[in-house]
Structures are given as structure tokens and as C-alpha cells.
Design a binder for this molecule. Structure first.
Ligand code: ATP
Length: 303
């Protein structure tokens, strides 16, 4: 049975007069791999920090393992792994000294697992941290977060500096991490193809609110591109509920809709004496449509 790992209720966060998060409600359950999407500055890091108790919400609540995020016990913290965007490592230490030093803080540090990950991810344990590339440092930060087998892993843009090979290895490790145990992952990213490869659920932040939260498959099922073709010119405004974008050109129309319902579309097009076809969008196209950026430029309006 799935248990609730993170629960956010009516969460607001404001920095001076900058309202970043506006009444968010969110539930993440054990075993989920949740991808957090949103445009730059939409509040992904702020939400993560509120969940971890690193920032205090202006109002509302957040709990992790049923404990208030703002007041997490040492036991709850030991069940967490977190990699922030601005992680700090000591440049004069070697990779090995860094992992040993971090491991010393944990009761159940898995030295063998850490050594295996370092080998798989081509990290030289004798190298000094100060001379590592940005991507190598990012790999090390992720390994440090995994070494104690956290039940909940939170990663803020973990793959931004990784090359495609390292990204594949990293994603594979994430899959193993949740396959072996009932672990939960929340990660923010701008790389939608990565998210599509591993995430079971998606949370989409939009103007301080949750634009979508649910299963990845459900999101793909709901957001579609529709082509309408009629015998006569179509009206200039179609008024189809859930339309994100529409382009009308005489007898033809091209639309992106959210909450697509086949029956409603059938009724609507019948009234216009028109027919329609439905096309799937990939996650990047869905993300762009939900963010208000048309992907129609790449698609012809006519059938
Ligand atoms: N400590 C802070 N003090 C003041 N403003 C902040 C602080 N942290 C974040 N902000 C503001 O909150 C907004 C959201 O920032 P945040 O870093 O959460 O966005 P993000 O979605 O993670 O962005 P990105 O995709 O670029 O990493 C921005 O306008 C930012 O300037």
C-alpha cells in the first residue's frame, strides 16, 4: 500500500512583494518518481526548499514523513537525500575523503554501493574535488545523496551539467533506486526527454500554482493537438473549452487543448459540420503548450 511521503496544503511563499507560490496543494506517495517542471523562476527550487524546511512558507503547511517540514526530526532527515542547485564541496579533499567524511555522519552508509557508483560513473576517487569538472562535481553530489539509501531523494536539476552518457547512467541509477526498494524521488528538470524516460508522475508549476499534477500518462492523455476540417469556412472563434492555442485558416483549424474529451469534441464538430483528428504531443510540446508557447509553428494548419 502506498503511503503519503510529502503533503503540501495551501502553501504560499512570498519574498517581499514577490508572490512566488500561491496556495499549492500536492501529495507525493511512496514509490513515485515525480518530475517537477516549470519555466525559469516559476518557483521549483522555492517549493523544494519549503518541503525540506530550508525556507519557511509565508502560510500553509508542508509535511515530509508526516512531520512538519519546518520542524523535521533527525530521524526524518536521515531518511532524506537532497542535492541542491548550489551544493558546496570542499575543494582540498579528494573524492574518497569526501565520501568517507559524508558517510561518517550516517549510521547506515553503504561504502560498497558508493564505490560501485563511483566506478560506474567514472569518478577517480583519488582526484581532488577542486579540479573536478562541473559535471563530475554534480555526479559526486548525487552519490553523496544516495550513499545512505534514503527513502526520499530530492534533486534540484541534477542533470544540468551531465553529458548524455552520464545522464543515461544517472537515470538508470534512479530507476534502480526505486526498483529495489519502495523509494520515492522528486526531481526538477528542464530536460523533458529525461523526465519522460523515468518519471511516473509530473508536477507542472505555472504562475505560482499547480498547473497539472498526476500521472505522466494521464497528462499525455489530456493534452492533445486537434485538427478540424470543415466543408465551409470555420468561425473565427471556436470557443472550445480547454483550448490552450488555436489557429484557424478558412476551413481548417489547428488547436492544442487541455482536458481533451473525445465525445465533447465529436458533438462540437458535428454542430460545425466538420470532422476532427487527434494527435499525441510529446512532453516537451505539452510543456511548451502549457507554458503558453505555441508548437503550431512546426505543424501545418491544413490536413
Ligand atoms: N531567497 C530568496 N529571496 C528572494 N527571492 C527569491 C529567493 N529565492 C527565490 N527567489 C525568487 O523566487 C522566484 C522563484 O525562484 P526559484 O529559484 O524557486 O525558481 P525556479 O523555478 O527554481 O527557477 P529555475 O528553473 O531558473 O531554477 C524568483 O523570482 C526568485 O528571484
Amino acid at each position: 500500500m502506498n503511503t503519503t511521503i510529502i503533503q503540501v496544503a495551501n502553501l504560499h511563499k512570498q519574498f517581499n512583494d514577490n508572490q512566488v507560490l500561491t496556495g499549492l496543494d500536492l501529495k507525493i506517495e511512496s514509490g513515485q518518481i515525480v518530475g517537477l517542471l516549470g519555466t525559469n523562476g516559476s518557483g521549483k527550487s522555492t517549493l523544494i526548499k519549503c518541503m525540506l524546511g530550508l525556507l519557511k512558507p509565508t502560510s500553509g503547511t508542508s509535511t515530509v514523513f508526516n512531520e512538519s517540514s519546518w520542524d523535521l526530526s533527525a530521524t526524518a532527515k536521515s531518511r532524506l537525500g537532497y542535492v541542491s542547485q548550489e551544493f558546496a564541496l570542499l575543494p582540498w579533499m579528494t573524492v574518497k575523503a569526501t565520501t568517507d567524511y559524508t558517510g561518517a555522519f550516517y549510521e547506515h552508509w553503504d561504502y560498497a554501493y558508493v564505490t560501485r557508483l563511483m566506478k560506474e560513473w567514472n569518478l577517480d576517487e583519488n582526484q581532488r574535488v577542486g579540479v573536478l569538472s562541473v559535471g563530475q562535481r554534480q555526479k559526486l553530489a548525487v552519490i553523496l545523496a544516495l550513499g545512505h539509501h534514503p527513502e526520499l531523494l530530492i534533486l534540484d536539476e541534477p542533470v544540468a551539467s551531465l553529458d548524455p552518457v552520464a545522464r543515461r547512467q544517472f537515470l538508470q541509477s534512479l530507476i534502480e533506486f526505486t526498483e529495489d526498494e519502495e523509494n520515492t524521488i522528486l526531481f526538477s528538470t528542464h530536460i523533458t526527454s529525461d523526465l519522460e524516460r523515468v518519471a511516473s508522475h509530473v508536477v507542472f508549476l505555472e504562475e505560482g500554482k499547480i498547473g497539472f499534477s498526476g500521472e505522466l500518462d494521464s497528462l499525455k492523455h489530456q493534452v492533445k493537438r486537434i485538427r478540424i476540417s470543415a466543408e465551409q469556412d470555420l468561425p473565427l472563434c471556436l470557443n472550445i473549452p480547454g483550448t490552450l492555442r488555436s489557429q484557424i485558416d478558412g476551413q481548417y483549424a489547428l488547436l492544442a487543448v487541455k482536458n481533451f474529451q473525445s465525445e465533447a469534441m465529436e458533438t462540437f464538430t458535428k454542430e460545425l459540420n466538420a470532422t476532427f483528428t487527434v494527435e499525441d504531443l510529446n512532453l516537451e510540446e505539452i510543456f511548451l503548450e502549457l507554458s503558453g508557447v505555441s508548437t503550431h509553428a512546426e505543424a501545418e494548419v491544413t490536413v
